[in-house]
Design a protein. Structure first.
Length: 153
């Protein structure tokens, strides 16, 4: 590998690391950062709790709403990176863990408010012009719903 490709790879990794750091900050409640990292043309691909595929979530405001909704069950929810970022061209992948204190309000949940939950997921982000233009979410919803005792009892 010559010096030029080493610096390009290093630069791409630095850019990806910075983006994932800011992405985690968004998920940790720093909504002001959204316009800096998310494209108005952003598309979401995710299995939604309402049965949707995520296509209704778009742009900066859609992502802020999606993150806000995700945080509504545990306002102290804290996301951190476990693995990554892994960079492949325009794609950045990170495996994360989230921990927080359930505040109640999930329909069908048997867990009491105050239950600490921890769950994992993997985000795949496609970048263009240093912004996220596509987002694939693979979260362990079954683990989270089991901890919240949804459908139990």
């Amino acid at each position: 590998m010559d010096d030029a490709s080493t610096s390009t790879t290093s630069s791409a990794r630095d850019t990806a690391t910075n983006l994932v750091t800011r992405w985690m900050a968004l998920w940790n409640g720093d909504y002001a950062i959204a316009e800096q990292i998310i494209s108005e043309n952003n598309r979401v691909h995710a299995a939604m709790l309402d049965g949707g595929d995520g296509s209704a979530v778009g742009g900066v405001s859609g992502m802020v709403g999606f993150v806000t909704q995700g945080r509504s069950l545990a306002s102290d929810l804290n996301f951190s990176v476990e693995v990554g970022p892994i960079v492949d061209g325009d794609y950045v992948v990170a495996r994360w863990v989230a921990t927080g204190t359930y505040e109640g309000g999930m329909p069908g949940a048997g867990a009491p408010a105050g239950t600490v939950v921890t769950f994992h997921g993997t985000d795949i982000l496609r970048l263009a012009d240093d912004k996220i233009v596509e987002y694939w979410l693979n979260g362990d919803t079954l683990d989270l719903m089991t901890q919240l005792q949804v459908g139990a009892g």
